[in-house]
Design a protein around this ligand. Structure first.
Ligand code: FDP
Length: 340
């Protein structure tokens, strides 16, 4: 019989190896796991009960809020606020930092999350995901929380991961010690270790991008796309195009098969000159995972994890995936910059 290691067992095992570990992180993680199970249950029966469609509200991003988005957000906030180990949360759906309600115990951790990413896919039964990013506050415990505690660069993440609601439901995360994947066994109701120490292939065969926006891209991005489609690249044949339009699902496929996901800057909307994806709740956690799996993530020129976070809902171009493919992106940007 294969070894059936649950997420909690995995964390407890790792915690034992960290001197001074208090179990606070495991407590927080257990709340994320439980929230994921609850959200998964609703996602699974989405067509049967009245959870499809829009709430009629618009979020801070100016996007229409789906009922499941709101549900997932509520579950995560409710559960994590009661973990006793957080001092603040931030969600893609909320304009401001979410404080732990008065009277509940607090701790040192901060969790930033996108409760249901890829939500335009909810109503058509296509994969969606929850993304999370965890930091520790830098200001002293008990003092007033600073916005800089929440707006830390991605490099300081202590953990990050996602839950993919797909053919099967998976939890993939890193605590800075490699990337590990757990698959939900619906019979047991637990996430069991199925993909220990995931490594992304050095070079991929897949590019993922919304090519419909080609005419809105800058010249380096167009050149990068031509490179991946040409038979004159390092693979000596065109890469396959695969785009689900759900970051978690596109990232996960490329993590396993190798490849590059791109959401470049475009000039479609002057209000969003940096593309669509959010640095804090999308690019940073995915970049941490990519690097821990041996891959890379850049905004074209700079490493995502080193980007300064100026505000909670900051957007960034994102090129992420296999190391050699992302290096190619940086090389093309450098060539264009050198030409001036
Ligand atoms: P969605 O709007 O459906 O929530 O950031 C959100 C996201 O999906 C990503 O999951 C996905 O990669 C991207 O937007 C898709 O955007 P386009 O439809 O512009 O390609």
């Amino acid at each position: 019989m294969p070894q059936q290691v649950t997420v909690t067992e995995h964390l407890l095992l790792h915690q034992k190896r960290i001197p001074g570990a208090t179990g606070q992180f495991t407590r927080l993680f257990n709340e994320i796991v439980l929230s994921a199970k609850i959200i998964n249950r609703e996602v699974n029966k989405a067509g049967l009960v009245d959870v499809l469609g829009f709430t009629g509200k618009t979020n801070v991003q100016g996007e229409e809020v789906k009922k499941l988005d709101e549900y997932a957000n509520r579950i995560l906030i409710h559960r994590m606020a009661r973990s006793g180990v957080l001092c603040a949360m931030a969600s893609e759906e909320n304009a401001d930092i979410i404080e732990v309600p008065h009277g509940l115990p607090v701790g040192d951790y901060i969790c930033i999350f996108d409760p249901l990413d890829g939500s335009s896919n909810i109503d058509v039964n296509v994969n969606i995901g929850t993304i999370f990013s965890i930091f520790k506050r830098e200001s002293p415990e008990g003092s007033h929380l600073l916005s800089s505690d929440v707006l830390q660069p991605g490099l300081r993440q202590v953990a990050a991961g996602y839950v993919l609601y797909g053919t099967s439901t998976m939890l993939v995360f890193t605590t800075g010690d490699g990337v590990h994947g757990f698959t939900m066994d619906p019979g047991v109701g637990e996430f069991l270790l199925s993909h220990p120490n995931i490594r992304i292939p050095e070079r991929g065969r897949i590019y993922s991008v919304n090519e419909g926006y080609y005419s809105y891209w800058d010249e380096p991005t167009k050149a990068i796309l031509e490179y991946f489609k040409s038979s004159d690249n390092n693979n000596r044949k065109p890469y396959s195009g695969r785009y689900i339009g759900s970051l978690v699902a596109d990232f996960h496929r490329n993590l396993i098969y190798g490849g590059i996901f791109m959401y470049p800057a475009d000039n479609r909307d002057p209000k969003k000159p940096q593309g669509k994806l959010r640095l804090t709740c999308e690019a940073n956690p995915m970049a941490f995972l990519a690097e821990q799996a041996g891959g890379m993530a850049v905004d074209g020129r700079n490493r995502i994890l080193e980007l300064e976070v100026e505000h909670l809902h900051q957007r960034t171009p994102l090129f992420i995936g296999s190391r050699e493919d992302v290096l190619k992106v940086r090389e093309v940007y450098r060539e264009f910059d050198a030409k001036g």
